[in-house]
Design a protein around this ligand. Structure first.
Ligand SMILES: [Zn+2]
Length: 431
């Protein structure tokens, strides 16, 4: 806490006393020992933040810092703000139109939104304030982590597990819809040439810096497994506490932690985690993976850059991604990975799954041949739970996107939507 923020706190306290909000958010950040810190008109009450009494964030982010000294966080609802909320060190400000909630008068969605906003800004006390990006091209380090962690925080606060999945589907849908446009920026710039783009406050930039980046981080987390990811983040935050860091610093730490258990390369591959991450954060846009049935559950997978508006003749494109295709091991139930690393078709066994990447862990679109679409539609009509919720959402979004520009008949998505009278998941109410 520096002198400026103490002074600012004093000013804001006076403001709060004069203009107390009629309603205040009765959101509680729950600690590990089940103490609650209510977010009032002003103060998030606590005497000192210590590892044992930390907010939900270390629990949610699964990492701890032992040298943080705070005497509290103020959460202040202000009448006007150019952004939804701001994560000043020890002082979170939230725009009044987004920051009010009262049980019984507001919807559950509004409660979740406010929980996300507060958790997002609390996450910034770590990702942004305690460790700050070196320059604006790595704004995604702040926003991607804060976005991802805020969703997990809602599950933590509500004692649920589905919110993280549902929100990830929503974030991916929005990010893909934006990232498919021409002229998009990558998650991180290689040079300062287009640095101004990262400082723009626009939905396009937000979709990349906040949403796409959070999906890429989630993909990395699944790739290296929870425990390694936890160790990596903990090491990163502790190493750069009160310092600046860029994405190379993060990669180096994740690679170090991962490689110390995997011997340099990803298991069974001749490339490293860093090689994979480069293809996702330093390239704009994303791949589409074509799935064509050979026989039974055996298919070929082939990647190319997704072109939302097809060119005639097709444009040559050299973009290639190292694409992890996640699947569930039928014995252990764990996620396993099949790699698609170049433009050559690869043979893949879908096993008992109706879809590729059933939990929607990879940032891409999928296009199946018509036989497979027919089988998926029949399965959805028989019992839609045969296809995981995130994949149901992706199937409709991918096929609608392709139908919009004549790359596919609208019959395909419309036939699939016939099952939706049975749909209850929140993912589908958010579109
Ligand atoms: Zn933020």
């Amino acid at each position: 806490m520096n002198q400026h923020s103490v002074h600012f706190r004093h000013i804001l306290n006076r403001f709060i006393q004069r203009r107390s909000c009629q309603m205040h958010p009765s959101i509680a950040l729950m600690t590990r020992n089940r103490r609650k810190f209510r977010v009032h008109r002003g103060r998030l009450r606590r005497k000192q933040m210590s590892p044992n009494h930390a907010t939900c964030l270390p629990q949610v982010a699964k990492c701890e810092q032992r040298d943080i000294r705070w005497d509290g966080i103020y959460v202040v609802i202000v009448p006007a703000l150019s952004v939804t909320a701001m994560e000043n060190w020890g002082l979170i400000t939230i725009r009044q139109t987004d920051g009010l909630y009262k049980e019984g008068q507001f919807s559950i969605t509004q409660k979740h939104n406010l929980q996300e906003i507060i958790s997002h800004e609390v996450a910034h006390q770590w990702f942004g304030n305690l460790v700050t990006m070196k320059w604006w091209n790595d704004l995604w380090l702040n926003e991607g982590f804060a976005t991802l962690i805020s969703v997990r925080a809602v599950d933590f606060l509500e004692n649920t597990t589905w919110r993280y999945e549902d929100k990830s589907a929503e974030l991916q849908c929005i990010a893909l819809r934006t990232d498919q446009m021409d002229g998009m920026i990558p998650v991180s710039a290689n040079s300062n040439a287009n640095i101004g783009r990262y400082m723009e406050k626009s939905p396009k930039v937000n979709a990349i810096v906040y949403k796409k980046s959070s999906i890429i981080i989630r993909m990395i987390e699944r790739l290296i497994e929870d425990e390694t990811f936890k160790q990596g983040l903990s090491r990163f935050l502790n190493s750069f506490l009160y310092k600046n860091a860029d994405h190379e610093d993060l990669f180096n730490v994740l690679v170090y932690v991962h490689d110390s258990s995997a011997g340099g390369h990803l298991s069974g591959q001749n490339f490293s985690l860093s090689d994979v991450m480069d293809t996702w954060i330093r390239q704009a846009h994303f791949p589409i993976v074509h799935v064509n049935r050979l026989e039974g559950s055996i298919v070929t997978l082939r990647q190319e850059k997704y072109e939302h508006v097809p060119y005639d003749p097709p444009r040559e494109n050299s973009q290639v991604w190292k694409i992890p295709i996640f699947y569930d091991d039928p014995v252990s139930g764990k996620h396993k990975v099949f790699w698609l690393t170049d433009k050559q078709p690869a043979v893949f066994d879908m096993g008992g799954q109706f879809v590729v990447d059933p939990h929607q862990l990879t940032y891409m679109r999928l296009r199946y041949d018509m036989d497979v679409y027919s089988d998926i539609t029949m399965a959805l009509l028989r019992d839609h739970n045969l296809v995981p919720a995130n994949s149901r959402s992706r199937l409709i979004d991918d096929t609608m996107a392709m139908a919009e520009n004549g790359q596919m008949s609208y019959k395909v998505p419309f036939n699939m939507t016939m099952y939706m009278t049975s749909e209850v998941r929140e993912i589908f109410r958010k579109r």
